[in-house]
Design a protein around this ligand. Structure first.
Ligand SMILES: CCCCC/C=C\C/C=C\C=C\[C@@H](C/C=C\CCCC(=O)O)OO
Ligand SMILES: [Fe+2]
Length: 742
């Protein structure tokens, strides 16, 4: 964390308490000590700086004079590794801090610098690494600690304790919480970044700009895009959480041709129903994948409908039933012909072969208008059966939570179009629950809260900070983009979903109020849902392997830094971090089961495993298949234009097409699916840590073992996929991103 040049640092220097004499040495004398610095600048675009960089070394026996790092030729070019000497009158003892001072060079403007790391070789040959991996903006001083991770309990020097405190104060000033809507996890307040920029410009005459929440003037249409964009919220982003230039360019490069192509073909402006189903095939003639073609071929089949509960984009819905809920009065007579001879509904319930997908959360969801027309939502109950061949099949669908003559129970034995319409309603409910809750709430928004708490409560030298930072990369940025383009008034959610942003807010706040620690931890969730024995549940099988790999890795790291229960309990920073997540992400709801403090290394291992799993694998599982499973729109309609049917026997192909989204709604939504299903460039797959925050041998060995384990999982998945009709690759480790970044 950088601090403005001035009192903050010089005051702190006065408070230094060294174990040796606190002397500032001159440059002459017979015992001159030479420290060799090796400075690595990141290879991001414009990572280099023209500003002057000075260094001060602070050791247990004193500090070096502030010395300019200057060689012949260009210093600090992007991707460069440069060596300098810092001379002191005497040796400094153990090096505690490295100060990097960034100051104006001649008449040049401020030039940001991405400093990756500095290593310092002492006169006796001891090398100390100082990981930085941060953008340093403006003229300021950054104080780095050696890479050896330390909890607060392991620090005793007042200098270092004070350093931790000041670092966190600066971070808490920078990353502030904001309430987006009641019942939502708290999120980053991007307006504070605008304030910081104005601070830098007008440091002496600081005025705090007053944001007007009702000012929607910056929310406007951009040429070629189907929705409004809240431009002001995208303008000011703190450089350490901002998409890199490569990632931004890649996102724009993915978006623009696809959007303009649709615009030119008139698809984004065409009102009215699809004339025939086949026309939907042609929306994306150049974005076909093996899976989009498979879905287009098999979407009507009951077995594929069941398959998607296991290996589609929302593989978290099924619960095993031991008895039918009274709100779903399916009788044995209704399903006997499907179950076949020798069994009955009761027997199948007793065998644990009957499952329910319950969309109760949609029952009170508000609906709105699209293209000026009223839209509709259902709250279905879908009963499924695991047949003796191990295939999951839908048995019965009721489109409301209230049984009765106006809510018939649809069956596979009904006429083809009635049954197809009922299944399509369930697919629409799947879309809403998946996008809003499984995907956006439970990965994007929760991971944003984890990122915020990590940045605000843990200093750079903390082992949990080092462990988690790679799993927070770009999450604040992508969510800011999502809020500016999808969740904003007249943004994409308003344009394409039946519930609009008001419904989204309802759905997510209700979802969070019911979300539990059991849901968050894959093994517990699978057990609680009773789905451990369903065959061909690749999401579960791959997910459990990855969970176990993360757990092993995390437990090695935790056992290295936390040898006892007391070491966990007494780590006040760790406890503040978990407390902040409990308060800001889960709104202090005790019955969520989320911890508000951690008492043992085991509890810490489980919590960190769950966070890393959800930031990486879970997001991949629910994000990467959106285009694959949604490009054939009837498989994932974002809105329905007619109310759920109250009688059987009336569905025609025309009424079916008139129920599905209009052409422009379909195409706007598919544009989003296409964009978010591919990670923009500048990727970091699960378990890759090119930024070496851990510099000790033990955690580095654990990282290598984690990578080997993931490589083996990948080989197993690829081998398994060779024999599958539809390969499941969303949890293949090289295809999983470390963090939620799209
Ligand atoms: C049509 C152009 C859209 C431009 C948007 C650019 C990038 C998307 C940024 C973030 C996306 C994040 C998430 C959003 C997921 C769900 C939101 C709810 C969507 C819905 O209900 O329709 O995707 O990874
Ligand atoms: Fe996503």
């Amino acid at each position: 964390m950088s601090q403005p040049e001035g009192p903050a640092v010089s005051e702190a220097s006065k408070q230094l308490t060294f174990s040796g004499p606190a002397t500032v040495f001159g440059l002459s004398g017979p015992t001159m000590a030479v420290y060799r610095l090796c400075v690595t600048t990141g290879s991001y675009l414009k990572a280099g700086t023209l500003d002057n960089i000075y260094a001060t070394l602070v050791g247990t026996c004193g500090e070096s004079p502030k010395q300019r790092l200057d060689r012949v030729g260009r210093d600090f070019a992007s991707g460069s590794v440069q060596k300098y000497k810092v001379r002191c009158a005497a040796e400094l003892g153990e090096i505690l801090l490295l100060r990097l001072h960034k100051e104006r060079f001649a008449f040049f403007c401020k030039d940001p610098w991405y400093c990756s790391r500095v290593s310092v070789t002492a006169p006796d040959g001891t090398v100390t690494h100082f990981p930085s991996y941060q953008w340093i903006e403006g003229y300021c001083t950054v104080e780095l600690r050696p890479g050896t991770a330390r909890t607060i309990c392991q620090d005793s020097l007042p200098l270092l304790l004070d350093h931790r405190k000041r670092e966190l104060q600066a971070r808490q000033e920078c990353y502030r919480w904001k309430i987006y809507a009641p019942g939502f996890p708290r999120m980053v307040d991007v307006s504070s970044f605008e304030e910081m920029e104005s601070d830098k410009k007008f440091a002496l005459t600081k005025t705090v700009p007053c944001a007007d929440p009702d000012d929607n003037s910056g929310n406007r249409y951009l040429p070629g895009f189907p929705m409004k964009v809240d431009i002001p919220s995208l303008l000011h982003m703190e450089p350490n959480i901002r998409y890199s230039a490569t990632k931004t360019a890649s996102l724009i490069f993915n978006a623009l041709p696809a959007s303009l192509g649709m615009k030119i073909r008139g698809l984004l402006d065409r009102r009215g129903s699809w004339k025939k189903l086949d026309d939907i095939r042609n929306i994306f003639w150049c974005h076909k994948t093996f899976t989009t073609e498979y879905v287009t071929e098999h979407w009507c089949e009951d077995s594929f409908f069941g398959y998607q509960y296991l290996n589609g984009v929302n593989p978290v819905m099924l619960h095993c039933l031991s008895s039918l809920p009274s709100k779903l009065p399916v009788t044995n007579d209704m399903v006997a012909s499907l179950l076949g001879p020798g069994t009955c509904l009761q027997t199948e319930l007793e065998r644990g072969h009957i499952f329910l997908a319950d969309y109760w959360i949609l029952a009170e969801a508000p609906v709105h208008c699209i293209n000026g027309l009223q839209q509709y939502v259902a709250a279905p109950l879908c009963l499924l059966w695991l047949n003796p061949q191990g295939v999951l099949l839908p048995l019965a669908i009721q489109l409301s939570q209230t049984p009765g003559p106006e809510s018939p129970i649809f069956l596979p034995t009904d006429c083809e179009l009635d049954w197809l319409l009922a299944k399509t309603w369930v697919r629409n409910s799947e879309f809403l629950v998946h996008e809003n809750n499984t995907h956006f709430l439970c990965t994007h928004l929760l991971c944003e809260a984890f990122s915020m708490a990590t940045l605000r409560q843990l200093p750079l030298c903390h082992p949990v900070y080092k462990l988690l930072l790679p799993h927070t990369r770009y999450t604040l940025q992508v969510n800011t983009i999502a809020r500016a383009t999808l969740l904003n008034p007249e943004g994409l959610v308003d344009k394409v979903t039946s519930i609009g942003r008001r419904g989204l807010i309802y759905l997510m706040s209700t979802g969070l109020a019911h979300f539990t620690y059991t849901d968050f931890c894959l093994p517990d969730s699978l057990r609680a849902r009773g789905v451990l024995n369903i065959p061909n549940y690749h999401y579960r099988d791959d997910g459990l392997k990855i969970w176990a790999a993360i757990e092993r890795f995390v437990s090695e790291i935790v056992s290295y830094y936390y040898p006892s229960d007391a070491s966990v309990q007494q780590d006040s920073e760790l406890q503040a971090w978990v407390g902040e997540i409990f308060a800001q992400a889960f709104l202090s709801r005790e019955n969520s089961g989320f911890p508000s403090r951690l008492c043992t290394p085991g509890e810490l291992v489980k919590y960190l495993t769950a966070i890393i799993f959800n930031c990486s694998a879970q997001h991949a599982a629910v994000n990467s298949g959106q285009h694959d499973f949604g490009a054939w729109m009837p498989n994932a309609p974002s809105s329905m234009r007619q109310p759920p049917p109250q009688t059987k026997g009336n569905t025609t192909m025309k009424s079916y097409l008139d129920t599905l989204p209009e052409v422009n709604t379909t195409c706007s939504n598919l544009l989003l699916f296409w964009l978010v299903s591919q990670e923009p460039k500048d990727q970091r797959p699960l378990g890759t840590y090119p930024d070496e925050h851990f510099t000790e041998e033990a955690p580095q060995k654990s990282i290598a073992a984690f990578q080997n384990c993931l490589a083996q999982i990948s080989r197993d998945i690829r081998e398994r996929n060779e024999s599958l009709e539809l390969p499941y690759a969303y949890l293949d480790p090289p295809l999983i991103e470390n963090s939620v970044s799209i």
